[in-house]
Design a protein around this ligand. Structure first.
Ligand SMILES: *Cc1c(COP(=O)(O)O)cnc(C)c1O
Length: 364
């Protein structure tokens, strides 16, 4: 469907002779800022680069603390470490699987500089609550929006609720490039300007290097491909929403199965990047589904604090029980915009069949 446009973009970039930054990147930056309801967008090389530069731009570093969800993809935490700051893990609310604002407030110390929430699986974090907490305690409020392209809260794009949001355009995301790419969106002109310099060797004009930057520039070819795919994002998200709706309606009451939060109308609009259910016998459920040709994955089996990378923090099993329980029980059912209703029905049947044969508990 989008292939002819992608091929035309490849030819255009090939013949342009401009292979680093330039007009292709600038036009994507304008389009993505507009889509996100922000004034600025800075295209960068990956989601991790977006997160790290977003933290580095206001000078967060050694001696500073950043509050992060204990249940996230490890990149959120690695970004904090990369700028030299200390990640402070906070338990999720088990009902929403999102950062619990009350727990976040309890984790604030005099060293805290920012709250970095994540819209895990595409479910928006509690933006209004976190924004008012950050304002009250004079902290920056940043979002890891790598899984929530197009998500909204109370009708507003998520990025319009926070100081800045970092996106990844890794190929499997709701808006994916054909390689690596990322972006930071913000309405703060100073922050945007600083990130733009940091991604390009700390340079604001040629051969003048005012900052210790790095090379994390967006590839213009990826920017061009993203421009071709952006017009389809809302329709693809709408189909994801339909698939999720069917799962929520048809799997409700299935014994042992935990479902993701069902967003009420006018409240949060997830991007449904993943449909993350839970089951106490998760691995057996995955094996059962595999036997029926259904591929269910685990996002994510090991919470960051139990990863080797953070073993040095001395946070063992039991440090964050809610995050650990999720890691042990979570299972992503297939939720992709290219699934037809028949496929969704086959997944529902297979899950019910497993739960029916699972004499652990009787449901409604
Ligand atoms: C994908 C992802 C990232 C990292 O993005 P990359 O482009 O792979 O660097 C960060 N955070 C979350 C939550 C992600 O899902």
């Amino acid at each position: 469907m989008v292939e002819p446009a992608l091929l035309a973009s490849f030819r255009r970039v090939l013949h342009s002779g401009r292979y680093v930054l330039g007009p292709e990147v600038e036009s994507f930056e304008r389009a993505w800022a507009e889509y996100c309801g922000t004034v600025h967008c800075v295209g960068v090389a990956s989601g991790l680069a977006a997160l790290a530069l977003m933290l580095a731009a206001p000078g967060i570093g050694e001696g500073d603390e950043v509050i992060v969800a204990a249940n996230t993809y490890i990149a959120t935490v690695l970004a904090v470490s990369r700028v030299g700051a200390t990640p402070v893990f906070v338990e999720p609310d088990p009902a929403t699987r999102n950062l619990d604002p009350a727990a976040a407030e309890r984790a604030i110390t005099p060293k805290t500089r920012a709250i970095l929430s994540v819209d895990l699986y595409g479910h928006p974090a509690p933006y209004p609550e976190l924004a008012s907490l950050a304002a009250r305690r004079n902290l920056l409020f940043f979002s890891d929006a790598a899984q929530s392209h197009g998500a909204r809260v109370r009708g507003r794009p998520i990025a319009s609720w926070c100081h800045a949001a970092a996106f990844s355009f890794y190929p499997s995301k709701n808006l994916g490039a054909l390689g690596e790419a990322g972006a930071v969106v913000t309405s703060d002109p100073q922050l945007a300007e600083k990130i733009a310099a940091l991604r390009n060797y700390g340079s604001r004009s040629r051969y003048v290097h005012d900052l210790v930057g790095s090379n994390e520039r967006m590839d213009p070819l990826q920017a061009a491909f993203l421009m071709d795919k952006l017009p389809h994002l809302d329709a693809l998200n709408a189909r994801r929403r339909e698939v999720a709706r069917k799962y929520l309606d048809l799997l409700r009451g299935t014994p042992g199965l935990g479902l993701p939060p069902d967003p009420g109308p006018g409240d949060a609009e997830p991007s449904w990047h993943l449909f993350a259910a839970t089951h106490p016998r998760r691995d057996a459920l995955i094996a059962h589904l595999a036997g029926r040709g259904i591929d269910a994955l685990v996002h994510y089996p090991v919470p960051p604090h139990l990863s080797g990378a953070y073993a040095g923090m001395g946070l063992g099993r039991g440090a964050f029980p809610a995050a650990e329980k999720l890691a042990d029980e979570v299972v992503s059912l297939p939720c992709c915009p290219f699934m037809d209703d028949g496929m969704v029905g086959r997944v529902v049947e297979a899950v019910r069949e497993f739960a029916g044969g699972d004499r652990g508990g009787e449901g409604s």
